[in-house]
Structures are given as structure tokens and as C-alpha cells.
Design a protein around this ligand. Structure first.
Ligand SMILES: NC(=O)c1ccc[n+]([C@@H]2O[C@H](COP(=O)([O-])OP(=O)(O)OC[C@H]3O[C@@H](n4cnc5c(N)ncnc54)[C@H](O)[C@@H]3O)[C@@H](O)[C@H]2O)c1
Length: 264
């Protein structure tokens, strides 16, 4: 028997990296998963890998509220219920503050914070309407608590996700909806390829990690699967930093490695 037997999850950003690994882990634990992502090819390859009975999805931009509402409705129609929201889609961005174009700053906040809020909002509506309870897991970052040079938008947006998680836990607890966040450190995904290929940068990061390694998408997937399951039935409002202990130390000085001309 799997930890998520019979449950249905929405996973945003499921076409790649952490979202993809989490979708696989959810299915292996017995859930059916509906993916929302900008990249339909990634959804298609996941459906081929895991089978149409277990995975489906649609192209969604999580900054578009109408599309997010449609994603929740379609997931419900497709799999008949909703138990888990894994709000993971996000992007990074690098610029010194004095040069940060306002439009680029807004885009990061729009996707990472407002997009997460929209998914949470429409999942919450469904959980309240169905009186079913549920588990919502937002993906924040180590950078929700640890400042990094050049990451003004990303750090601010992810700190916002951690606080949004607390407010949502407070409001939704009476409806038996748990809301938690995961704050990963550096994880080996397509999004961090650029950063990890800058000479010396991955070593500098790992030098601040007491456990001495970067994360794998499966590390995050395992924690997400626990938080989604009934084994975590008393846990709500928390951001769990999954970073090998990096949050105890400091983020590497990125301006020693990157310039506005050589962003990650
Ligand atoms: N990789 C890391 O080191 C790391 C560390 C901390 C937090 N995170 C967070 O984890 C999450 C996943 O990151 P990842 O490393 O797996 O990245 P990734 O680039 O591998 O995957 C992100 C996915 O999100 C999708 N996406 C982007 N914008 C979207 C939008 N507007 N609407 C719908 N889908 C959209 C992309 O198409 C992609 O499939 C992000 O929120 C990221 O900030 C990653």
C-alpha cells in the first residue's frame, strides 16, 4: 500500500526538475497527478513514461488566473477529486539591484509569488467546497531565509512564499487544509545548469553545506511525498529547509563569480 493511495495531486512545473521528480514520486506512492506547466512536451513525456491512467496535464501559465482556475477544474474533471497541491513552478533572475530592470523584477515576483498564490487560492476554493481537507505544498527556497547577491527579486519572492504559507495555514486550518513549504538549497536541475557550470561556484556552494553535497530532485520529491501524506497530518505552516544544513552558513558571494554581463 502506498502513502498516497487513492489521492489526486496537482503539480505545477511538473515538466522538469523538481516538479517532474515529485510527480513520479507521487505516482509511485499511489497518487494520480495532473500537471500544469508552460512546456507541453515535458507533460507529454511524463504521460508516456507513467501512463495516461496516472498522469495528465495541460499547458498553463500560473500567472494567468483564468488558466489556473481552468487547471483546477480540469484536474477535478479528469481524476474526480483533489487532495494535494504541489505549487512548484518558478524561475530565477540575476542582477545587481541598481541595474535590476523593473520589468524583470516584476516577472520573477509574478511567477514565483503571485503565481503560487493563484494556485493556492483555487486549490483552497476546491478543498473548502468539497469539505475534503487537503495538503498544499509550496516550493520556496533556501533563499527565502538566506540572502544572495544578485537575487533581490528571487529572494524577496521566495520569502513571500514562506509567509504566504503561514497565512494560508492560519486561514485554511479550520477547513482541515494543511499548508507547508519546502526550501531547497542548490538542486541539480535544468534551472541551475548555468549557475553550476560557472567555474568554482558549485564548489563554493558545497563548501557551505555541512552535509557536503548539492540536492537531487528526488530529495525534494521524498519530502514532498511525506508532506502530502497522512503521516504529516499535524504539520502545517512550516517551511522546511532541505539544504544539507546550508542555511546555518552563508550563501557564496555571487558577485565574485557572476557579473551582469555573465548571468547564470
Ligand atoms: N533547482 C534549485 O536549485 C532550486 C532551489 C530552490 C528552489 N527551487 C525552486 O524549485 C522550483 C522548481 O525549480 P527547478 O529547479 O525544478 O526548475 P526547472 O526549470 O527544472 O523546472 C521549472 C518548471 O516550471 C515551469 N514554469 C516556469 N514558469 C512557469 C509558469 N509561469 N507557468 C507554468 N509553469 C512554469 C517550467 O516550464 C519548468 O518545467 C522553482 O520554484 C524554483 O525556484 C529550485
Amino acid at each position: 500500500m502506498g502513502a498516497l493511495d487513492g489521492k489526486v495531486a496537482i503539480v505545477t512545473g511538473g515538466s522538469s526538475g523538481i516538479g517532474r521528480a515529485t510527480a513520479v514520486s507521487f505516482v509511485n506512492a499511489g497518487a494520480r497527478v495532473y500537471i500544469g506547466d508552460l512546456d507541453p512536451d515535458g507533460i507529454g513525456s511524463l504521460v508516456s513514461e507513467l501512463g495516461h491512467n496516472y498522469v495528465d496535464g495541460m499547458r498553463v501559465d500560473i500567472t494567468d488566473e483564468t488558466a489556473v482556475a481552468r487547471m483546477v477544474e480540469t484536474a477535478l474533471r479528469r481524476f474526480g477529486r483533489l487532495d494535494i497541491g504541489f505549487n512548484n513552478a518558478g524561475v530565477g533572475g540575476f542582477s545587481p539591484i541598481q541595474d535590476y530592470p523593473a520589468a524583470d523584477f516584476r516577472r520573477v515576483v509574478d511567477i514565483c509569488l503571485t503565481g503560487t498564490f493563484l494556485c493556492l487560492k483555487h486549490q483552497a476554493r476546491q478543498f473548502i467546497k468539497a469539505e475534503s481537507g487537503g495538503s498544499i505544498i509550496n516550493v520556496a527556497s533556501l533563499n527565502a531565509t538566506q540572502a544572495a547577491e544578485g537575487f533581490a527579486a528571487y529572494c524577496s519572492a521566495k520569502a513571500g512564499v514562506a509567509m504566504l504559507t503561514k497565512v494560508a495555514a492560519l486561514e485554511l486550518g479550520p477547513h482541515r487544509v494543511r499548508v507547508n513549504a519546502i526550501g531547497p538549497g542548490l538542486v541539480r536541475t535544468p534551472a541551475t545548469e548555468g549557475l553550476r557550470s560557472v567555474p568554482g561556484l558549485e564548489d563554493a556552494f558545497v563548501g557551505e553545506v555541512p552535509l557536503g553535497r548539492v540536492g537531487e530532485p528526488q530529495d525534494v520529491a521524498a519530502l514532498a511525498t511525506f508532506l502530502a501524506s497522512d503521516a504529516a497530518s499535524l504539520m502545517s505552516g512550516q517551511t522546511l529547509y532541505l539544504d544539507g544544513g546550508a542555511s546555518i552558513n552563508r550563501y557564496p558571494p555571487l558577485f565574485d563569480f557572476l557579473t551582469p554581463e555573465t548571468p547564470p
